[in-house]
Write a protein that binds this ligand. Structure first.
Ligand code: RIB
Length: 300
């Protein structure tokens, strides 16, 4: 079984701030750092560090995308399906991080918005029934990718992040695994009521397995009649960027290595807790050895 992640690649400009910029305000930042990021790239690196071989498909600008290709290669991610665009810049994100480690993110899509049907067809030609396809919501042509992948019998994992109206136009009935938070689940269910979201989503998509993250209340998982939950761990919060991506990569990476869903939830929860205690996106993602030997204390 092979794993393909068709997803975004961003250069992250991370600004340390006292508070998030308010409308009409001009404010100096305390520092700026540049990291490799993008939900797609972060999830590929998390999958690789969890211990699985992953193929990343996407696009970067020819002039400014080398650092992203190199970091993937350094992490043993296959980059044969990453196109280099002549005339479009690599996608980037402007990320403000405050003193409590919370962030707000402004995206520029750039090359992430140049996926063509030809590129998608050529990429999917290398994959077959039972292989996993991992998707987020930072690239274009998602409907076409999902339709073609479904025709070929790929197992579709969707992390509908960042959530927007485009997600609601996708053939969500093809999704095998939803990896999402409460806001995303509520939007997909068309409700403002956060109670019983797991059940509501399961009723809407009965064939799908659902992993619902609940912030400080941990995570819930549902596969038919099997319902599991897992709590969070005590860590100093430095930067929450890529914590969700780390969770997705470690959960799917663990399942792909044969771990049962409850152990995959535990490993993913430990990995994402480690990620929030470190700065940056790709730089914060731990390796499986560290996750397994971690002695983090569960939050009561
Ligand atoms: O999930 C974190 C990521 O979101 C950042 O790396 C940024 O690039 C945005 O895509």
């Amino acid at each position: 079984m092979k794993l393909l992640n068709f997803g975004s690649l961003n250069i992250d400009y991370v600004y340390k701030v006292d508070h998030f910029v308010r409308p009409g305000e001009t404010m100096s930042s305390e520092s700026r750092q540049t990291f490799c990021g993008g939900k797609g790239l972060n999830q590929s690196i998390a999958l690789a560090r969890a211990g699985v071989q992953v193929y990343h498909a996407g696009a970067v600008g020819k002039a400014d995308g080398d650092m992203l290709r190199e970091v993937l290669q350094k992490n043993h991610v296959n980059i044969d399906f990453i196109r280099q665009c002549e005339d479009v810049a690599t996608g980037h994100a402007i990320i403000q991080v405050n003193h409590s480690g919370q962030n707000c993110i402004l995206l520029y899509g750039g090359a992430n918005q140049t996926m063509t049907e030809q590129h998608i067809d050529e990429t999917l030609a290398g994959f077959s029934s039972g292989d996993f396809l991992i998707l987020q919501n930072e690239i274009n042509n998602m409907r076409y990718i999902m339709e073609q992948a479904h025709k070929k019998g790929l197992v579709i994992v969707l992390n509908p992040s960042p959530m927007n109206e485009k997600i609601l136009e996708l053939p969500l009935e093809y999704v095998d695994y939803f990896m999402l938070n409460e806001v995303e689940a509520a939007d997909i269910c068309g409700t403002e009521d956060k109670d019983g979201l797991l059940e509501q989503l399961a009723q809407k998509y009965p064939g799908a397995k659902i992993v619902l993250t609940l912030g400080k209340h941990g995570v819930q998982y549902k596969d038919g009649d099997q319902v599991l939950s897992h709590g969070i761990y005590k860590v100093p919060v430095v930067d929450t960027t890529a914590a969700g991506d780390t969770f997705t990569g470690f959960f799917i990476g663990s399942l792909a290595q044969g771990y049962a869903a409850d152990e995959a939830l535990r490993l993913a929860s430990v990995a994402s807790s480690i990620a929030v205690s470190r700065q940056g996106a790709e730089t914060s993602i731990p390796y499986m050895d560290e996750v397994k030997s971690s002695k983090l204390e569960a939050e009561s």
